[in-house]
Design a protein around this ligand. Structure first.
Ligand code: PMP
Length: 429
């Protein structure tokens, strides 16, 4: 087969990339998956098990993409697969309540103090979109505060703000309702709240942003955000779609001791099944139809297979040994990478929170969106491909979070650290 560039395709992945691009724009069903930033053709995967993914050309890779977050227990965890298969055999969707919804809701509300009630949806973006609608419906206000560099999925309200236009196709009028403030900056938030007093429905924030390097909030920052939102009567929404159960059991709100009004989860909570959840106090959640006036619906919301995957995943994560071993593995991994960075003296930062991490090619630590603009994408691309050649699948983006799973072994981690040294060397040549 001959590609558009006239080059002979060498792998089945490459051939499939070209074919899929004829039928699906860019050859991907989500732009994050394209290798646009790192170069080269995408790799077609056929299966995944534990810490590894397997491509259509017979190669295996140690996986640090973690499906962009969900694979916290590793791929195809036996308990999750068994639970999902059992649910599937009983019927994948009913369009009526099932017992598994009750069980999953009980588990989540017991595990996470800020959740008195939850609603299940099918993706993180849906959870975010509806939380914002709920905050608007409950307060009767239109404006929302967004934090620069935080990502919340592909819904219109979160992509529209005055400062940045992330996507075309969103009415300009939407931008008037999206107020953008810098992350890790309480003064900027307070100024915005003062300027738009009584106009703001909610502030939505990733407590530990994962899409501009993994950024830890400055000490006291999230507590300050909470206080300001309370003072100005603004609903505080934590988007824990990525940080949930990754940064810590339950998410960032547990370790930082901050109780948001609404929280969104997704990704890691259902063992790889498509999921989103949002929840908060009974009072706020009562604004949802059919008890209230805020609309949200979904044919597949709360479907038994996703619920079964979620129950099995949370039950696994509740076993102290699982989180303890994830922490031991993560510490070993990050200490190993950090010592390579220190030894080589390269301008690279390791930014980590729990089992999320970013290997950031920047001259100084990334603490906000402006810092993230200094990231050297070219050096990262070399790093990525060096690892790929050595059978390690890292995230194909210089600023997004990579993940470690409970299925990685010490030996695999040591192998990765060794290859990271090589990759770091090759990035600066
Ligand atoms: N919020 C955050 C913080 C995310 O990282 C993502 C996905 N990367 C989303 C929301 C959207 O989730 P989904 O892709 O499941 O719609």
């Amino acid at each position: 087969m001959i590609s558009a560039q006239g080059k002979k395709s060498t792998t089945l992945s490459e051939q499939l990339s070209i074919k899929l691009a004829e039928l699906v724009p860019g050859g991907v069903n989500s732009p994050f998956r394209s290798f646009e930033e790192v170069g080269g053709h995408t790799i077609f995967l056929r299966s995944a098990k534990g810490s590894k993914v397997f491509d259509v050309d017979g190669n295996s890779y140690l996986d640090y993409l973690g499906a962009w977050g969900p694979a916290i227990l590793g791929h195809c965890h036996p308990a999750v697969i068994e639970a999902c298969q059992k649910a599937l055999a009983c019927g994948p969707v009913f369009g009526a309540p099932c017992e598994l919804e009750l069980e999953f809701a009980q588990l989540l509300t017991q595990a996470i103090p800020s959740l008195e009630q939850v609603r299940f949806v099918n993706s993180g973006a849906e959870a975010v979109m509806t939380s914002i609608r709920l905050a608007r419906g409950a307060t009767g206000r239109d404006k929302i505060i967004l934090f620069e560099g935080c990502y919340h999925g592909h819904s219109d309200p979160t992509l529209a703000s005055r400062k940045h236009s992330v996507s075309s196709g969103i009415p300009h009028s939407y931008a008037q309702n999206g107020l953008l403030v810098a992350f890790n900056n309480l003064e900027a938030l307070e100024k915005c709240l003062q300027e738009h007093r009584n106009e703001i429905a909610c502030a939505i924030i990733e407590p530990v942003p994962g899409s501009m390097g993994v950024i830890a909030p400055e000490p006291g920052y999230l507590q300050g955000v909470r206080k300001l939102c309370t003072t100005y009567g603004v609903v505080l929404i934590f988007d824990e779609v990525l940080s949930g159960f990754r940064v810590a059991f339950g998410g960032a709100q547990g370790i930082y001791g901050v109780r948001p009004d609404l929280t969104c989860y997704g990704k890691a909570i259902a063992g790889g099944m498509p999921v989103g959840v949002y929840g908060g106090s009974k009072e706020l959640m009562s604004h949802l139809m059919p008890t209230g006036k805020v609309y949200q619906a979904g044919t597949f919301s709360g479907n038994p297979v996703t619920m079964a995957g979620g129950i099995a995943t949370i039950k696994e994560l509740m076993k102290p040994v699982v989180f303890a071993s994830l922490e031991v593995l993560s510490s070993r991994f990050f200490e190993g990478i950090q010592s390579q960075i220190d030894r080589l003296g390269v301008p690279v930062r390791l930014q980590r929170a729990g089992s999320l991490f970013a290997i950031v090619f920047a001259p100084r630590p990334v603490k906000n969106y402006s810092d993230s603009l200094l990231i050297d994408k070219h050096a990262y691309a070399k790093f990525f491909h060096s690892l790929l050649q050595n059978g390690i699948y890292m995230v194909p983006s210089a600023i997004d979070a990579a993940c470690i799973s409970a299925a990685h072994t010490k030996e695999e981690i040591d192998y990765t650290i060794e290859k990271i040294e090589l990759a770091l060397r090759s990035s600066f040549h």
